[in-house]
Write a protein that binds this ligand. Sequence first.
Ligand code: SAM
Length: 340
Amino acid sequence: MSQGQTSSSPCLGDALGRSIHYLRLSVTDRCNLRCTYCQSNAVHEFIPHEHILHYEEILRFVNIVHRLGIEKVRLTGGEPFVRKGCADFLFRLRQQFPSLDIRITSNGTLLEEHAALLKRIRVGAVNLSLDSFDAATFASITGRNFLPQVLNALEKLLAEGVSVKINAVALRGITEREIDNFLAFANTYGVDIRFIEFMPMGSSTLWNKQLFCPVSELLTLIGQRVELRPSPSDERFGGPARMFSMTGKKGRIGVISPLSNHFCHTCNRLRLTSEGAIRLCLFDDQEYALRPMLRDPAVEDAEIAAYLRRLCQTKPLGYDRLRAKKETAVAHSVMSGIGG
Ligand code: SAM
């Protein structure tokens, strides 16, 4: 049990001493892009609508975990704004939880019309997934010609004063070629760009060693262009990204290295899938169905809270799963189903 955490502690923590303050909330497994790294060779079956948590149920869940010390909630998916009513849901989330740090991870394709709302609800930051500034490359990665929509949304968010961070999956042969575009973008707009290592998620993942590009290589490439200086994380509890400022330039560069240099010992995350299951670790396929409890009128919040406290105690160390894996995939679920 972590320091300061007892079995009667109101906060969520695990047996390895990690405190859990951050919830990744997947509101849908549906997406309007078909990114090569997120999908797999398998035909993906979407979760039936009746299995998807209602917004009411999600709000109840957030209320329970907020009282257990969750301070930051990230909406993810699938693509959050593909789900009908997502904007209203965000508004209610803010109304009900004025002090919650609300964040969104999005591909940006549907964000332009919601920029003003995101400003109004004081979203902490939008993490925008963008792997290329070149229209043809963007289309080859995502399967869609939506780069203009993403760039328009980006401009609109920045014009509204919403904090934006760019997330790019490091892809061998693609990201290296785009490094100058990323640096120019960071400098022009003063935004942070974070490169994430491609993770082998999903049984039929397209991941292979030839496509994998360790982020250390990207840092070397960038270091040949600008002087990089370590920069502290701006996240309250630290984050998985190692950040660097660039001498004489605006914006920062970050790297997230789940494979080459894992950060499991500082993981403070809990995941709720869109079908209402708790996932304690990205790399561990074990999920704990919460939907039946949330839909049972006889189950009270206190019972759910006690269950969550017990579950969190068993949060595994993802890197153990990674080391023990015998096949390519580290987990059978695809990212669009988990929410990253
Ligand atoms: N649709 C939203 C988006 O595009 O950001 C949210 C869902 S997406 C699954 C969340 C994040 O997971 C994105 O930043 C995406 O780039 C990342 N991601 C998906 N598959 C990945 C993989 N195999 N390895 C590393 N990151 C991945």
